[in-house]
Design a binder for this molecule. Structure first.
Ligand code: SF4
Length: 162
C-alpha cells in the first residue's frame, strides 16, 4: 500500500520559516509521521515570497472578506500574494492525502486563528482555501495530532483515501 502523503506546515518539521526566524519543531509529530507516511513541507508565507524574519501578520475582517495584513499598521495586505502561492501550488496540493497544520497561524491555523478586533477565531487563509478547494481532505493541527482520539479519527480519514 502506498504511504499517505501528508502536507505539513514547514515550521513544525523544523524549518526556520516563522516570522521571527524561528521554527516550531514538533519532534513527536516528526517521529510519528515518519513511521506512517511521507511529509510534504509547506510554508505559504515563505512560498509567497515573504522574507524571514518578516513583519508579523494577522487576520482582519474587511467587508465580507478576511484579509491578512501586517500587525503593526494593518496597511500592508499580504492576502493576494498568499493566494498566488496557493494557486501556483495547487498541483502539489491535489496529491495530498491529509494535512497537519500549525495552530493559531494566520496562514495555517485550522480553526483557532484569532481574528483581530473580533471576539472569535477562524481558519487561517491557507487552511480555509485548502478546505474550500478540497473539502474532503482531512485537516488537523499539531494539537489535534497530540490528542489520541482526534488523531485516530483523522488518520482513519487519511487511510480511507488510499
Ligand atoms: S505560514 Fe505556516 S508553515 Fe509558514 S511559518 Fe507560519 S505557521 Fe509555519
Amino acid at each position: 500500500m502506498k504511504r499517505p502523503l501528508i502536507g505539513v506546515s514547514a515550521c513544525l518539521l523544523g524549518q526556520a520559516t516563522r516570522y521571527d526566524g524561528a521554527d516550531a519543531t514538533d519532534r513527536w509529530l516528526v517521529r510519528w509521521l515518519h513511521k506512517r507516511g511521507e511529509a510534504l513541507p509547506l510554508c505559504p508565507e515563505v512560498g509567497a515570497g515573504m522574507p524571514v524574519p518578516r513583519a508579523p501578520i494577522h487576520l482582519v475582517e474587511r467587508g465580507d472578506a478576511i484579509r491578512a495584513v501586517d500587525r503593526a499598521t494593518e496597511r500592508v495586505d499580504e492576502t493576494d500574494r498568499l493566494r498566488g502561492w496557493f494557486d501556483r501550488t495547487l498541483p502539489h496540493l491535489a496529491t495530498l492525502d491529509g494535512a497537519i497544520l500549525k495552530s493559531r497561524s494566520p496562514s495555517c491555523g485550522v480553526d483557532d486563528t484569532p481574528l483581530a478586533g473580533a471576539d472569535r477565531t477562524t481558519r487561517g487563509l491557507f487552511a480555509a482555501w485548502l478546505h474550500d478547494r478540497f473539502p474532503r481532505l482531512p485537516l488537523i493541527d499539531e494539537k489535534g495530532l497530540a490528542d489520541g482520539e482526534r488523531r485516530d479519527a483523522w488518520w482513519r480519514q487519511v487511510t480511507v483515501r488510499q
